[in-house]
Every structure is written in structure tokens, then in C-alpha cells.
Design a binder for this molecule. Structure first.
Ligand code: GLA
Length: 671
């Protein structure tokens, strides 16, 4: 993948001067300069202000915004305005309105109210995007395109006649005959076979469950539909402005779209990142999100939306305490973010988001949030040398959307199975020990890693068995878990025992599995065959009962009718090892187990672990940058690796043991 590096560390926010009037815009320019803002995201939801009816265009206000930004040396992340449709459109072309799974219409009056497959929406949005691109293609303020906004976030699926027909055609093209589709999807179950293409229905409201393969294919289809929406816009932007980079903002913990499939379409990944600032939030939550965003292109990315303080859409919206916005921004940079943009510049006076924080709160510049933002904005230029540097990781965790979807919609064995929680179960203990992790797709080359972990790899797609076997036989360490190797890419169970195609590399078969009620635990009793991990640990959620082939047991279950049978195994395969974790162990086991597995492969922590102190290294051909972040609300002492460092934020030299204030980050260039 070609590497894209931004020309600047961008700092700014979503800017809607059209809500405030001209006088405020002058004041905004003064404040933006004071805070060191160099970018504004504009025009994201303003189609209704650009085209009051089908034949009238009112670009003058946007010209003025663009000109004012340029005059003040501020760049524009220019939205294509397609994320919110104007009122006349719904009235004139009701086909643009999406329909939910109950067959009910989403009416006009909010945002993102469009059917991605409506030819009218697609025609009108392309017209709009071309007008915007042509009008501003040479404008000095234009520095990047912001396509639509968080596509599919609010309307995940559309069930209109238009979309149903398109889905039927998509299936016809893919399967050729209804008989083939019946067989591939297992539609003989409950007699759901179809004999004509127009009998095929998407998963709308039904009396009971529908085919899980139908659900899977429906999600794959919907992902492609939203990709077409983005592709329409991107094609126009590439044609009119071939040199202007393009992004569209993604969301973490959002599983409707398969972002790995999207990554190639855009120049850089950008994300809306809103971890809950309550003090109990694990700092690994954001770290995992950032590792994921970096992993989509295996490149730096952009934090395109963060909240300066609180949001307005949780039940209870907690503020970011003093210093946390800055700490979390540097945490983003440590994991690969090359810019910092916020939602939003100035707090709204009216509407849904008037109690969402902003760089300029209602009280104005004389406020904690504005002052913290100004301090942060002023120190960013000293970090320019970090731009484009890479995060080095020896450990990778596989994330696969098809698995995410299927394990969560498959009825049984337990509704408590949450895909991301199982990824976190491995990522957090690594994070806590300062072992940096890449998040990779199932088909990414594994050879650059020493350890690859694929938690809950329920679906094993063609090619994965071969790449794991190659990786392990050449010396890699592979770890997978219970409920892996269960189905193929059509959600069809592998016959002859799980983990199906992974049985050889793991040297075992699963004979039975049991889901555990939340208040029932089992335990994992170590048998001293795994060095440095001994004793007894918690096991919950699930127990696989195993039949071992060539694998060796490293721990056994402590109770139930399968007491004394293997719960953790290892198999030597070629020059490497494959571990199988047959249950969900608690964090203490994970820390010790992963530390041992990493140590065996020579994977070292960036810094010795101190509770809630995070360390990550970014490097380029000239320098290595050590980011150390104190996530504690009190000071800590940390001993740096044996070298001399230059702190880019305070411009001082450091070595040995340093003191970090509460929530203080440092960015240290190794001398
Ligand atoms: C999302 C949207 C923004 C805004 C923020 C509020 O990220 O893109 O328009 O609604 O949430 O947190």
C-alpha cells in the first residue's frame, strides 16, 4: 500500500459559521489564530444551505467561509455535504428516504436520512459533489476532502423496494440459480427455499430467526452499497482534484461496515474517537481503537473528531478532566495519529448538540477548555518531525468483520459472546505491559510478526489455514481460542470437529463446548509445563472439551464433569508453536501467559510496566520517539530505558528516572 504522509500536523475542529453569522466569523478567526488552529472541517451537513430547491444554488456563503479561512492562513477539510439531504428532496423524490426492517419510513428532519441505493439520491449527490469540486478545486484553503460523514452510522440498513430488488439481483449474479443459493445458504431449513428471485427477502421483521448465511450476505451486500456511495463521490473528486487527499471518517466499535475493504479507496484513514471520559474507562480502549485505525492501512491516520470535553449523546455525559484532552491526543499520536481535530469549534446555540463540548464553549475564550486547547495547539508545531513515522509491533491481533458479525448474530451457544471483548481480553494485558500490538485483517502477511493472535476466529476463510501453517512452521507463535475454526465463509459448520482447518496446526479437536452462565466460573489449573505461569486462574464464559492429538496440555479445568481435562494447549508445528486457549481466562492469567509467550519469542516491552503508565515507540529512518503517558490522576515515577532523551514538549533533556505529573504525557526523541 502506498504510504501517504500529511504535510502538516493539523489542529482544528468542525466549523459551522453558517449557524452564527458574519460578525462571529471575524471573532472566530481571531480565536483560531490565538489557539494555533490551522484547519476547519466545514460543509459536512450543509446541503440544505447550498441548494434551497432543485434549481437554485447558493454557494456565496461558502465562498465567504473559504475565502475567510484562506485569508487567515487556515486550511479547509472540505465536506461534500452529502451527509444530510435538503427538505425539498424528500418531498419531491420520496424514494430517497430509507426504510427500516419493520417496513417503516425514516422521515425527513434529521441527518443521514437517505437510501444509499436510491438512484435519485445518487444522481443528486453526484451533481452536488461535482459542483463543489469544480467551484473550489483551485481554492487556496482546500487541503483535503471529507466524503459524506460516518457513512451508515445512523441508518445501518435500508429495506426499500429499490434495495430489495438490488439485493435479489446481487444474489442472482453471485449464485446463478435459486437452487445454488438454497444449497449455499441452507435454505431447506424450515422450508425457506426460494424458486424465483423475487421470492428472496432481506432479513426484515420475521416471526423467528432467519438463515444466518442470509444475514451474513445481507451485511456483505450492504457494505458494498455504502462503498458505492463513497466511490461515486471519490471518483468525481479524483477526476477534478487529483492532488487533493481524500478521507471519510470511520468509527471504532462500529461493525456495520467492513472498513478493511474501504481502506484502499481513501488516501488516509480518519476516525471519530469518543471514549467515555469517566475515570473507570480502561486506557486500553482508545489504544485498541487507534491500533485498529492504524492497521487498516498499516499507516499513520488522523483523529478527525474528538470531544474537547464532554459529548451530549451518552445517558450521562462526563467532562474530560483537566489535562485529559491533551493526554488522549498524545496517546492518539503515540499510536499513529498525525493530526488532531475536534468536534466542534464553537458550541451550538440551538439544536441537538448545544450541550456537546466545543473548543470555544458558550462562555467564550475565558474558559478552562479554550485555555487547554490553546496550550495544546501551541505545542504541536514542535512535533512536526514525528509526522509519518511508524509504530513498530512484533505482535498482531487478527480482527475480521465477518467473524464479528457472525459470532454476534448466530443464535447460541451464548448471547454473552462479544467479539470485541474477546479481542480486548488479549489486547489489554499486552497494552498493560507496554507490548505494542498491530490489528490486522485475516489476509495480511504475518511474516513480519513474532506472535499472531486470532481470538474467536469462528469463521475460517479460504487461505487462512495455509497462511497460519506457513507462519507457524517458519517459527511464528500463533494463538487462537475457543469457538474458532467452526464455520467456512458461508457460515457452514466444518464437519469432523472444530477447529476445522486449524486442527492440524493446533494438534487437537473440540469434542463438546459449554457456555457458562455469568455467575458460574470454572478454573484453569496450571500443570507447570509452561514456564513462569503457575497456580490457578479464573475461567469464564465458555469451556471447550478437547481431544488432544499432537498438542500438549499446559493447564486443566478445575471443576465440572470435565475437571482435569485440557483447558490450554500448545502444539509444536515445524519451527513454531500454536496455542489453544479453550476458555476465557481472567486478566491475571492473560498477563502472565502473554508475557511468557512474548518472552519466548524475544518480544520485549517498550518500558517496564507501571500501573496505568503507557509507553509506545514511533520511529522513522532518523529517529526514535518514545511516548510515555501517565493515565493516573496522580504523579508517578518512571525509569526510562538506558539512553538520553530530548523531550519535544518541554525542550529539555531527560534520562534515568523521571517524574510524570497526573495525566502528563511526554514525547521523547532518543538522542
Ligand atoms: C459524530 C458526528 C458529528 C457529531 C459528533 C458528536 O462524530 O460526525 O457530526 O455529531 O458525533 O459527538
Amino acid at each position: 500500500m502506498k504510504k501517504f504522509v500529511l504535510s502538516n500536523i493539523y489542529f482544528g475542529g468542525d466549523y459551522t459559521p453558517e449557524h452564527f453569522g458574519k460578525e462571529v466569523m471575524e471573532e472566530d478567526m481571531r480565536l483560531m489564530k490565538k489557539a494555533g488552529v490551522n484547519i476547519a472541517t466545514i460543509n459536512v451537513f450543509s446541503w440544505g444551505q447550498l441548494q434551497p430547491d432543485e434549481d437554485t444554488w447558493t454557494f456565496e456563503w461558502l465562498d465567504e467561509v473559504m475565502n475567510t479561512l484562506a485569508k487567515n492562513g487556515i486550511s479547509a477539510d472540505l465536506g461534500t455535504a452529502t451527509a444530510s439531504t435538503p427538505a425539498w428532496m424528500a418531498k419531491k423524490y420520496p424514494e430517497i428516504l430509507p426504510i427500516d426492517k419493520n417496513g417503516l419510513l425514516f422521515y425527513h428532519g434529521s441527518r443521514q436520512t437517505f437510501n444509499p441505493n436510491s438512484p435519485k439520491y445518487r444522481e443528486l449527490s453526484k451533481k452536488l459533489v461535482r459542483k463543489i469540486a469544480e467551484r473550489y478545486k483551485d481554492h487556496p484553503a482546500l487541503c483535503m476532502w471529507h466524503v459524506n460523514n460516518e457513512l451508515s452510522h445512523l441508518v445501518n440498513y435500508d429495506f426499500s423496494e429499490i434495495t430489495i430488488k438490488k439485493f435479489q439481483n446481487w444474489c442472482k449474479e453471485k449464485y446463478g440459480t435459486c437452487e445454488n443459493l438454497n444449497n449455499k445458504w441452507g435454505l431447506h431449513f424450515w422450508g425457506n427455499n426460494i424458486y424465483q428471485w423475487d421470492e428472496l427477502m432481506p432479513p426484515m421483521r420475521t416471526a423467528h430467526q432467519v438463515s444466518t448465511t442470509l444475514l451474513l450476505e445481507w451485511k456483505r451486500f450492504t457494505n458494498e452499497c455504502y462503498m458505492e456511495v463513497a466511490r461515486d463521490e471519490i471518483a468525481i473528486l479524483r477526476e477534478v482534484t487529483p492532488n487533493v487527499p481524500i478521507t471519510t471518517n470511520f468509527l471504532y466499535e462500529f461493525k456495520t461496515l467492513d472498513y478493511f475493504a474501504w481502506a484502499d479507496m481513501i488516501d488516509f484513514i480518519s476516525v471519530s474517537s469518543f471514549p467515555d471520559p469517566k475515570t473507570t474507562t480502561h486506557p486500553g480502549e482508545a489504544a485498541l481503537s487507534h491500533d485498529f485505525m492504524r492497521g487498516l492501512k498499516d499507516q499513520p491516520f488522523v483523529l478527525l473528531e474528538q470531544a474537547p470535553s464532554q459529548v451530549n449523546w451518552r445517558k450521562v455525559n462526563v467532562n474530560k478532566k483537566p489535562g485529559v484532552m491533551r493526554l488522549w491526543s498524545y496517546q492518539g499520536m503515540a499510536h499513529g495519529s498525525d493530526s488532531f481535530m475536534f468536534y466542534q469549534w464553537r458550541a451550538s446555540v440551538q439544536g441537538s448538540e448545544k450541550f456537546h463540548s466545543a473548543i470555544v464553549p458558550h462562555i467564550g475564550e475565558n474558559s478552562r477548555v479554550f485555555k487547554e486547547m490553546t496550550q495544546f495547539g501551541r505545542e504541536l508545531p514542535s512535533l512536526k518531525e514525528v509526522l509519518g513515522s511508524d509504530v513498530q509491533a512484533d505482535v498482531a491481533i487478527v480482527l475480521d468483520y465477518n467473524n464479528w458479525w457472525t459470532v454476534e448474530f448466530t443464535p447460541g451457544p451464548t448471547a454473552l459472546l462479544k467479539y470485541l471483548e474477546n479481542l480486548q481480553a488479549y489486547h489489554y494485558p499486552l497494552f498493560e505491559q507496554n507490548i505494542t500490538t498491530d490489528i490486522i485483517s485475516y489476509d495480511r502477511d504475518m511474516s513480519k510478526y513474532k506472535v499472531v493472535i486470532a481470538p474467536l476466529l469462528y469463521m475460517v476463510k479460504p487461505g487462512f489455514k495455509e497462511s497460519v501453517e506457513k507462519f507457524v512452521s517458519e517459527g511464528g507463535t500463533f494463538i487462537t481460542t475457543f469457538f474458532s475454526g467452526v464455520v467456512d465463509e458461508m457460515d457452514r459448520v466444518f464437519q469432523g470437529g472444530f477447529p476445522g482447518p486449524l486442527s492440524d496446526v493446533l494438534g487437537l479437536k473440540v469434542e463438546e463446548f459449554e457456555a457458562m452462565k455469568p455467575y458460574i466460573n470454572n478454573s484453569l489449573v496450571m500443570n507447570d509445563k509452561l514456564p513462569n505461569v503457575s497456580g490457578q486462574f479464573e475461567s469464564r464464559l465458555w469451556c471447550d472439551i478437547l481431544q488432544l492429538g499432537t498438542a500438549q496440555s499446559l493447564a486443566e479445568y478445575g471443576s465440572d464433569f470435565f475437571k482435569g481435562t485440557p483447558a490450554l494447549t500448545v502444539n509444536n508445528f515445524g519451527k513454531g508453536k500454536a496455542y489453544y486457549v479453550a476458555t476465557l481466562p481472567g486478566n491475571e492469567f492473560m498477563r502472565q501467559f502473554l508475557r511468557q509467550v512474548c518472552a519466548e519469542k524475544g518480544v520485549k516491552p517498550v518500558l517496564e510496566a507501571t500501573e496505568k503508565v503507557e509507553a509506545v515507540v514511533r520511529s522513522n529512518k532518523d529517529n526514535e520517539y518514545l511516548f510515555v503517558m501517565n493515565h493516573n490522576y496522580e504523579p508517578v515515577e518512571v525509569t526510562l530505558p538506558d539512553a538520553e532523551y530530548f523531550d519535544l514538549l518541554t525542550q529539555t533533556t531527560m534520562k534515568g528516572t523521571i517524574r510524570l505529573d497526573a495525566v502528563q504525557p511526554v514525547v521523547l526523541r532518543k538522542n
